[in-house]
Unconditional design. Sequence first.
Length: 243
Amino acid sequence: MNDTRTPPHDVVSPETRRWQRAADALEPEHTLGRIADNAKFVLTSITVLGTALSAAGLVSITRLTHRPELLGLAVFAFALSLGAVLLALWTLVLRSREVNLENLKDVEAWYEEELGKARRVAVAGWLLCGGVLAAGVAAVVAALVATPAYQVALQSAGSGGKHSLTASASATDAGRGAVLVVSVTGRDASGAETVLIRSSSTTDADGTAKIKASVDTDRTYASYRIVLSDDGEQKATLTVTAP
């Protein structure tokens, strides 16, 4: 007697079908699309670097320039991010060559070349991560560590040939025990300069100091220049033209 029953088909579980669909998504043509999308993501994510550097507006470039080590971190972050952008753009630039569609080996070689872009995109992503990390460290340190601030002012009073000059200077968050020197120079019409005021002070434990000094003069000058120095380095200057 012949058995006419239909042989049972292999039953594929839902989990197996899910993995089969996942395998289909890894086909070369789909992978190329993901590589391009990832490269575009690197390019659009470069704005994260600016957010990390600004620390939500808490840190300005002025604060970074006052601390060379933080400025170096910011420049390093920019260099890493620039490398990420260039790699991502290089991946997206269209480069074509003739492919013999009837030759499967030639088609396979073309796909292998294109899939090689994935390595460049991966490097671009890591460079961007490094840039954001360096920028974030610079921003956080700049936001938490005090930055020295220096101010100067010059007042003139009197009439006729006699008048007095009062120089004011201050520093906050400077180094403890730093020597601050304020000087006022007068320049006459010929360009010759004369030192009119020179005074100094030492910052306290909080890095704060104030200087105020005056001088009376009966000589006329075309302009005055006040300079505040911290341990010999100029920190603030102001030039005032005589009325």
